[in-house]
Design a protein around this ligand. Sequence first.
Ligand code: ZN
Length: 247
Amino acid sequence: MRYLVLSDIHANLTAFHAVLEDANARALQPDEMWCLGDIVGYGPDPNECIELLLKTPHLCLAGNHDWAILGKLDVDTFNDSAMAAILWTREQLKPEYLRFLDEKSGRSEQTNVLLVHGSPRHEIWEYVSDSDIAADNFKLMSQPICLVGHTHIPMIYVEDPRTRAVRAVHPEHDVPLTLKRTHRYIINPGSVGQPRDGDPRAAYGIFDTDTAQWTEYRVPYDVRETQNRMRSAGLPPKLALRLEFGR
Ligand code: ZN
């Protein structure tokens, strides 16, 4: 099976479209989409992003922004602009899409693969943002592979089977990495709708379970188009501006 793995779409329809078109243009032909949460929050197109997701065979998790919109997390834990976007999204979302988000969990266990939004330890909350945090989380995994989102930064953590030492590897774009059967991995595809690694292009990964290969891709999209819709919607200007820097 081949999976299109993406996370943190954050209601950016232009970026989401660009990812699906790119996968199509490259003839990657995924069997299913795995979305690791935070489909909404920050961006101007919450309903449209859920609509597009529903048109594709998918598995979808909930993230911290999804939970905040549902009132499952306190909005006070977010910064001012994120909070404003959460409150705006709450007003915009169609009731059936609020129900759709409400049915999602932050975790899913597939054959040999654990999917979470944050981390195995705290599926909604925790950022796997360095090797030490990854090492702690490997201890809690029974699967050889865990896919995470939440940090908005593409990254691969590899655990050595003998020493249990963990190393962080920045994935090379367009170059398949063959996952060794002896090692364990925590992999983050990066963010579709709000990258934070200094590269404004939308990010996604393809995970092929037959060849045990992970490939990271980046796709340029019309950032200005999304920014214009954010400004018309009255979303915080700071959130629109950061998209062009990928920060
Ligand atoms: Zn996010």
